[in-house]
Design a protein around this ligand. Structure first.
Ligand code: MG
Length: 248
């Protein structure tokens, strides 16, 4: 069942998601050659604590990071550690915060120093696909309209959509109904209603769509080693337009 949030619940979602967006942006600003992903995780811990929240990822099914950091061919769910970011890398920073009984969830993929033109195009297309999906998150549309809009942008650019991981409803829990695939047919699936809150998160590969999970049981990587990007906003379905809740 897809939960429609009340006005007071939407206010609580605005607060936690704005907090999450601020942490996301501050972390992104710290990305530079020479920093480790663990240093980003530690910064996240400090910033989240100072904001009065708690990481929504730490301890989730035993996840040991404060955030997810996924570098180059890592798609999502990378665990912060000793890896040193180098010039030319891209790193997805996925931030989730619990505050006031609700969850915020957002991700951005950031260039480390100068990156190749093709990696920049991957970032641009993935971000554009997210916004194409968000543009469909309007009352009366169907869930498949969001999925299809994302897929169309990605495939027109010659990239591929990861199919094994999807976006999700979000609210008091990080993962609520519905699942939101980043591919699908328009006009299919549940009808969207104002007040539904959704985390939309395309994961886009430069090469093939297939992925596997590393021995750490978390880090998802592309099978062919190609680079992957991930952008995520938590939004509220609106009557005329979606409201992006993860705006700092
Ligand atoms: Mg998410």
């Amino acid at each position: 069942m897809i939960i429609v949030k009340s006005d007071s619940e939407l206010d609580a979602m605005r607060r936690v998601n704005q907090m999450t967006a601020r942490v996301r942006d501050a972390l992104a600003a710290h990305v530079k050659p020479g920093i480790t992903t663990l240093a980003l995780g530690n910064l996240a811990q400090t910033m989240i604590r100072e904001a009065g929240g708690v990481s929504a990822f730490y301890g989730y099914h035993g996840f040991s990071g404060q955030i997810c950091t996924s570098v180059n061919d890592e798609v999502v769910h990378g665990i912060p550690g000793g890896r040193i970011l180098k010039e030319g890398d891209i790193v997805s920073i996925d931030t989730g915060i619990s505050y006031g009984g609700f969850i915020g969830d957002t991700a951005v993929t950031v260039a480390v120093g100068e990156i190749s033109a093709e990696k920049q195009r991957l970032l641009d297309v993935t971000k554009a696909s997210l916004h194409a999906g968000i543009a469909k998150a309007v009352e009366g549309n169907r869930l498949g309209d969001i999925s299809h809009a994302i897929q169309t942008v990605v495939e027109a650019a010659g990239f591929t959509i990861v199919r094994d991981f999807v976006g999700h409803g979000i609210g008091r829990s990080m993962h609520e109904d519905p699942q939101i695939p980043n591919f699908g047919k328009p006009g299919r699936g549940p009808v969207l209603k104002a007040g539904m809150t959704l985390a939309i998160e395309p994961m886009v590969n430069m090469g093939g769509a297939k992925v596997s999970v590393l021995d750490d049981k978390w880090t998802v990587v592309t099978k062919d080693g190609s680079a992957s990007a991930h952008f995520e906003h938590t939004i509220a379905v609106g009557k005329i337009a979606a409201e992006i809740l993860t705006i700092a």
